[in-house]
Design a protein around this ligand. Structure first.
Ligand SMILES: Cc1cc2nc3c(=O)[nH]c(=O)nc-3n(C[C@H](O)[C@H](O)[C@H](O)COP(=O)(O)OP(=O)(O)OC[C@H]3O[C@@H](n4cnc5c(N)ncnc54)[C@H](O)[C@@H]3O)c2cc1C
Length: 331
């Protein structure tokens, strides 16, 4: 087993928003009495919400990355490795060079982008949903002086549902600042129906804000493919949208290792108990974008879940304090 003399080993998979918060809190609460280990393929935490600022040149990639090694100061051991497999029956995780056991496993592996799910996407869309593509978009925008930019979303889950609206508005502001907004058309498409309801409803408000900025909104537009030659987005029922620059969000799916290990049950992730974030496997929890929760795939959600789970796990391990309930604030 992973522990000797009551010492527990808590393994956290993923050093994104959820993983970093869970590790920080557990490291602080458990101190040197237990082992908290965080594993990520990258040496750095990358703050993805700031990709939009990279897109418009207000941040550089290094401004939004921090070394995960700083967690060592909080009693967290950081291991950089690809996670190749998870065996919840043996309580074991396979890394590139070793296998490690755990007493408690927190899975916060986010979602992976899957450009291959929309034919033509990889050749056509330059988007701020990954660092490399956000930098490419910044460079493309710098040379874009007139034409039609189409922003849009795919079917299925994706990181941060409001971010495609923020993308439109930041593009609007960017071209206004450059004094060429009247030569740049911006359009948006979404698979969702036209929002209806009270003006303060977030989706109604976001829709109104886009129109106020003279951004045309296309609803119930379901993408089937993209034709990069003709520069057309091809939707169901023969609807088409022409573009000069396509800024479409890539399709997202659970991390490959979760699919291969059979942990992800659905297109949106690992089924969890909505109150405790426990999975159907003993001592395995899922948080953040990889958890199939009735909540946005958002860093704010991952943070709240990590905070509550780390607290409750520390209470369970140390026997000190009281568990708290999960109250999610999400749109
Ligand atoms: C453009 C954009 C704007 C956004 N804006 C906001 C916003 O304003 N507010 C908000 O709350 N959220 C926002 N988000 C969403 C937010 O970034 C995510 O919801 C959040 O990062 C999810 O945290 P997570 O810990 O679940 O996963 P992630 O942050 O995705 O972390 C997963 C980690 O797992 C690692 N990993 C995955 N697979 C493996 C493997 N096999 N081996 C090793 N390591 C692996 C990855 O390297 C990564 O570090 C935005 C996202 C984007 C892209």
């Amino acid at each position: 087993m992973a522990y000797v003399n009551g010492r527990k080993r808590i393994v956290i998979l993923g050093g994104g928003c959820g993983g970093v918060v869970a590790a920080t809190k557990l490291g602080r609460k458990l101190g040197a009495d237990h082992d908290v280990i965080l594993i990520d393929r990258r040496p750095n935490h990358i703050f993805m919400p700031a990709f939009l600022f990279v897109m418009v040149g207000q941040r550089q990639p290094w401004d939004i990355s921090r070394s995960l090694s700083v967690l060592q100061k909080r009693n967290v051991k950081v291991t950089q490795s690809e996670i190749l497999g998870i065996d919840p029956l043996r309580q074991e995780v396979a890394l590139q060079k070793e296998k490690i056991n755990y007493d408690h496993l927190i899975v916060s592996l986010g979602l992976q982008t899957r450009p291959d799910l929309v034919p033509g996407f990889a050749e056509a869309s330059i988007h701020p949903w990954e660092m490399e593509s956000a930098v490419r978009l910044r460079d493309t925008l710098a040379n874009f002086r007139s034409g039609r930019i189409v922003v849009g979303v795919p079917l299925g889950p994706y990181r941060c549902p409001p971010a495609p609206y923020e993308t439109q508005w930041m593009l609007d502001g960017y071209f206004r600042q450059r004094g060429v907004r009247d030569r740049v058309e911006i359009e948006y498409f979404t698979r969702d129906p036209e929002p209806a309801g009270e003006a303060h409803d977030p989706v109604v408000w976001m829709d109104a804000e886009s129109r106020r900025r003279n951004i045309k909104q296309n609803y119930e537009f379901v993408v089937r493919a993209i034709d990069p030659e003709k520069k057309e987005v091809l939707g169901l029922y023969n609807y088409k949208l022409r573009y000069d620059l396509l800024v479409m969000v890539p399709p997202h799916r659970p991390a490959q290792v979760l699919l291969d290990s059979g942990l992800a049950d659905t297109e949106t992730g690992i089924r969890v108990d909505y109150d405790t974030l426990r999975t159907k496997w003993d001592n395995v929890y899922a948080i953040g974008d990889c958890a199939d929760m009735p909540a946005s795939k958002a860093g704010g959600v991952a943070h709240q879940e990590a905070d509550v789970l780390a607290h409750n796990l520390a209470v369970e391990i140390t026997g000190k304090g009281r568990p708290v309930d999960l109250w999610l604030h999400t749109i």
